[in-house]
Design a protein around this ligand. Structure first.
Ligand code: ZN
Ligand code: ZN
Length: 413
């Protein structure tokens, strides 16, 4: 019999094992809250098995379904779009407060809501962001161990490989996910420790340099990003406040820190399209003054991008700066995934909106006010977009104004 399953079951099982053992380091007795699109059920089942083998208390999946999401946009009363399932997010917050781990399977069709009323999509997102905020803060504040992995959802695969029949597209996306997640090697867990060690070398060097700003130059880009006071660089594995060392993103290639929300100036152009709420936003060009975006252009999706910037005051400022070499395997694959988990690991990027408290020295103990006074941004959104390429040079600027080469032509200098 020919093998008709386009997703290799052995590699899928390894991905589940890596999510539990490397991504979460799930502990004996820990509960697990898991969100996933229904299409990812085969991976959810493998994850649940590895979670219980690792001693999980309760594994609770929460599924979403594309047809049910669309049914809302097609049929729901207008009032529905200013609401969210508050009780669900309260329950998640309660679970995290009781030290449950969090695992998300990121595999949605990024174009699902293309063609729906932009206003309704943005209202629904805002309502969800508001309802989710208290629970999300336990994740962004790194109270608990959390992890995101991916799955080759057919509706997503068709978008990434539009010229292939569905089974071929799924197989190609599965292969790309397994390779980027380092589970296509004999010893994935060993491969992850080696990768984490390499990332640690990078952030250790950056922390030693203690730059006060980074200066980016390239086509359409002349940007100075001041770094937050007391910032620290991170990447790969890190320890959550609950004492568990986890790998939040699988895959991951970035080292990142918190910029100063008031000290960003100059112009920058996006180097890859940003997929947001079913809209592809291309050729973003923005101008920053004192940390704030004062001009924004895009060839396509400008209205969606401007709506995003209007979410709240913090949406016009950045909360993350991340360095990724142009030679990263995801970048070299040449695939545009339309999914931040992958695309942000293909290029150096910045994120509009919320900062990570954990990117401050002693950050997990700082209050919101202390984070703000050090330059940490606050917003309902956190949206990454790519500004790195093989044509970008980055200098680190010391407190005394000295310049050190950080990246040349997109590679570590
Ligand atoms: Zn990032
Ligand atoms: Zn980010």
């Amino acid at each position: 019999m020919p093998d008709t399953n386009p997703i290799d079951p052995v590699l899928l099982d390894r991905l589940a094992e890596v999510a539990i053992k490397v991504g979460l380091q799930l502990q004996e007795g820990q509960d697990l809250v898991l969100t996933a699109p229904l299409a990812a059920l085969p991976l959810v089942r493998r994850i649940a098995e590895h979670a219980y083998k690792a001693g999980a208390g309760i594994v609770q999946p929460i599924f979403s379904d594309e047809e049910i999401t669309l049914a809302r946009y097609r049929n729901a009363h207008d009032l529905s779009f200013d609401r969210a399932a508050d009780w669900l997010f309260e329950g998640m917050g309660k679970a995290f407060g009781a030290n449950a781990a969090r695992l998300a399977i990121s595999a949605e069709n990024p174009m699902l809501l293309a063609g729906q009323d932009v206003e309704k999509v943005s209202r629904a997102n805002r309502a969800t962001s508001r309802a989710y905020k208290p629970a999300l803060e336990k994740i962004t504040g790194f109270d608990i161990n959390w992890n995101i992995v991916s799955y080759p959802n057919p509706s997503w695969a068709r978008l990434v490989f539009p010229d292939d029949p569905e089974a071929v597209a799924v197989k190609k996306l599965a292969t790309a996910i397994f390779a980027a997640s380092r589970v296509d090697v004999d010893d994935p867990i060993g491969a992850w420790s080696a990768h984490n060690a390499r990332l640690k070398d990078r952030w250790t060097w950056l922390n030693g340099q203690a730059f006060s700003a980074l200066h980016y130059t390239g086509p359409g880009t002349d940007l100075t990003i001041g770094l937050a006071d007391g910032h620290r660089w991170k990447g790969g594995a890190s320890e959550a406040k609950n004492g568990i060392t986890c790998n939040p993103n699988i895959p991951t290639e970035e080292v990142f820190t918190t910029p100063h929300k008031d000290r960003v100036s100059g112009t920058v152009r996006s180097t890859k399209p940003l997929s947001h709420n079913g809209t592809l936003i291309t050729d973003i060009a923005v101008k920053f003054e004192m940390g704030r975006i004062v001009e924004a252009h895009a060839t396509k999706g400008a209205d969606v991008f401007n709506k995003l910037l209007d979410t709240d005051e913090g949406a016009r400022r950045i909360g993350e700066v991340a360095l990724v070499p142009h030679s990263s395997p995801i970048s070299q694959s040449g695939i545009l995934f339309y999914n931040t988990l992958f695309d942000e690991n293909a290029a150096s990027h910045i994120a509009l909106g919320q900062c990570y408290a954990d990117c401050f020295i002693g950050g997990t103990k700082l209050t919101q006010d202390e984070i703000a006074s050090r330059g940490g941004n606050s917003s309902l959104i956190h949206v990454d977009w790519m500004i790195g390429s093989g044509e970008i040079d980055i200098d680190g600027i010391g407190a005394d104004g000295s310049r050190t080469a950080v990246m040349r032509k997109g590679e570590w200098a």
